[in-house]
Design a protein around this ligand. Structure first.
Ligand code: NAD
Length: 509
């Protein structure tokens, strides 16, 4: 393989903790000489040892050759003094997340490095423009937001401050490609792309939990099996730990001046105060023994031999496939305009709750149950049915047994506008749409950053296009009706594309 010359030949990495050492590894792999500096004694040397161990492992697995191993290792240099970084052509800072400390460091660096040296911060939550404001030459300053663990999370947000020279971002993007990472352009806004787009999943799940719609484990199962997320929101929070994720939720909410879409709930604040942080302390939303999550058993479906006749709302989502499903189950289907007095009434709304639909359609609420058919049934591993406050036990059991009769998993939840998956997906798509409306990033970069940075099965706008922007719009408008909350107001980006019947990727000239 021909090794091209690295765009930056001498890179200084300041702060060699979790992020700094990962960034150092990929810079050296890109062919740069990397100077490691840390304020804490011995930390840079430790980081060098840590990176060497990573390369040892890659060598053992034959992922790199002995020649590569030796050349990478020769490129990692420990620096004892900040002044030794004077020849760097790029400085990447990955020190403590404090504005005052970062500013102090960059002011010092300005008097050490040459005027052509690029200065870059790996901040995750501070404004790049605000850090740059302390510099004499803010045009040479930008953000490079990597993700942990850096060598495996192959995406980096490249952030221009208000005064950053655009050509610097172009060079940083080209260098990111040399490091094997996919660069995405992000406007200097709170949370940049990934941490901003990630608000939808977690905060909506917490909001649903705060309405006692179902327990944490049920919600995790539903979002894994219906929408294809690798981890449910509560498993994810346990892994990230609430001392990290709760402050991010509050910070983004406050930085956007209490925008309702990002509103956190008391649930995580209280758990943080109690020290119930997640996996690392052995207890979070789940309990852990020896690092393994204790399984929460799922209640089996009731077994019934006789079912009431079933009537399906004429306004049900995916009505034809729902009727076919019921036919395959072998149950009696009523076809009259209104249900008989014995019928189990099935509704399948988008965004509305079962109560509202039962009242609107003049159905007997005691015999009415909802099913979420936002996603086609054949594309999911689980069905979700919802009762309303007066649904009779025998009708709930009949619906549960019926929809489980082909062996598919079924979760039963309390009433919720848009069930669970509809609410969460619509919220994710809406936030992503508004990010495009605000010009934070391009629709393409948004999808790429979320898939690579958060591991979602699809980018948010791809989710929206797959389900139909008009369906997502209808879900949100109905959610707003049910809850009367500004949180669900559709972004103009989504509203216009949904109304026009075009893709959410459609840009405006
Ligand atoms: N950990 C993550 O998941 C993650 C992801 C993206 C961005 N970030 C950002 O990266 C930066 C570093 O995070 P981390 O998780 O690697 O932290 P860390 O605590 O693992 O490492 C920080 C290192 O910086 C050193 N340090 C502190 N002040 C210094 C100074 N003034 N000069 C030189 N060295 C100094 C510390 O000794 C420590 O070794 C932060 O800005 C953080 O917000 C972190």
């Amino acid at each position: 393989m021909i090794q091209t010359e690295p765009i930056y030949k001498k890179v200084a990495l300041i702060g060699t903790g979790a992020m700094g050492r990962g960034i150092a590894q990929i810079c050296a792999q890109a062919g740069s000489n990397v100077y490691l500096f840390d304020a804490s004694e011995g930390a840079a040397l430790n980081a060098k040892k840590g990176v060497l161990e990573q390369w040892d492992k890659l060598l053992q697995k034959s992922k790199i050759t002995q020649t590569q191993h030796s050349s990478y290792a020769a490129r990692l240099i420990v620096s004892e003094q900040l002044s030794e970084l004077c020849e760097a052509d790029l400085v990447i800072e990955a020190i403590v997340e404090r504005l005052d400390v970062k500013k102090e460091l960059f002011i010092q660096l300005e008097s050490i490095v040459s005027s052509s040296c690029a200065l870059v911060t790996n901040t995750s939550s501070l404004s790049v423009t605000t850090i740059a404001a302390c510099l004499k030459a803010p045009a040479r300053f930008a953000g490079y937001h990597f993700f942990n663990p850096v060598p495996l999370m192959r995406v980096v947000e490249v952030i221009a401050g208000l005064k950053t020279d655009p050509s610097l971002c172009e060079r940083l993007k080209a260098y990111a490609l040399q490091m094997g990472h996919t660069p995405v352009d992000a406007k200097d806004t709170p949370g940049f792309i990934v941490n901003h787009a990630g608000r939808g999943y977690i905060t909506e799940a917490l909001r649903i939990a705060s309405e006692s719609v179902c327990d944490f484990a049920t919600m995790d199962r539903i979002l894994r099996d219906q929408a294809g997320f690798k981890l449910g929101p509560f498993e994810l929070m346990d892994l990230t730990a609430l001392d990290v994720s709760h402050p991010v939720m509050e910070s983004i909410y406050d930085q956007y001046y209490q925008e309702a879409r990002y509103r956190p709930t008391y649930i995580t604040a209280q758990r943080l105060a109690a020290g119930v942080l997640g996996k690392k302390v052995g207890e979070g939303f789940y309990k852990y023994s020896q690092g393994k999550q204790e399984l929460v058993p799922e209640p089996p479906p009731p077994k019934l031999t006789k079912f009431p006749p079933v009537w399906v709302s004429t306004r049900a989502a995916r009505r034809a496939s729902l009727l076919q499903m019921l036919k395959d189950f072998g149950v009696t289907i009523e076809t009259a305009a209104a249900p008989s007095n014995e019928a189990l009434c099935i509704v399948a709304p988008l965004g509305l709750d079962v109560t509202t639909v039962a009242v609107l359609e003049r159905l007997d609420p005691a015999r009415t149950v909802g099913i979420d058919l936002l996603f086609p049934d054949e594309s999911t591993k689980r069905r979700v049915i919802a009762t309303n406050p007066v649904t009779r036990d025998d009708m709930r059991e009949a619906a549960h047994a019926l929809f489980a009769s082909d062996g598919k998993s079924v979760s039963v939840i309390r009433d919720s506008g848009g069930f669970i998956t509809q609410r969460v997906i619509a919220h994710i798509v809406n936030i992503a749409s508004d990010m495009c409306q605000q010009g934070i990033c391009s629709p393409e970069d948004l999808n790429t950053a979320v898939v690579l940075g958060l591991g979602y099965p699809l980018g948010p706008l791809q989710f929206g296009d797959q389900l139909g922007p008009d369906n997502v719009l209808e879900t949100l408008l109905n959610l707003q009706t049910v809850y009367g909350d500004q949180r669900y107001r559709p972004s103009p980006w989504l509203r216009r594309r949904g109304a026009l019947g075009v893709s959410l990727m459609q840009k405006e000239n």
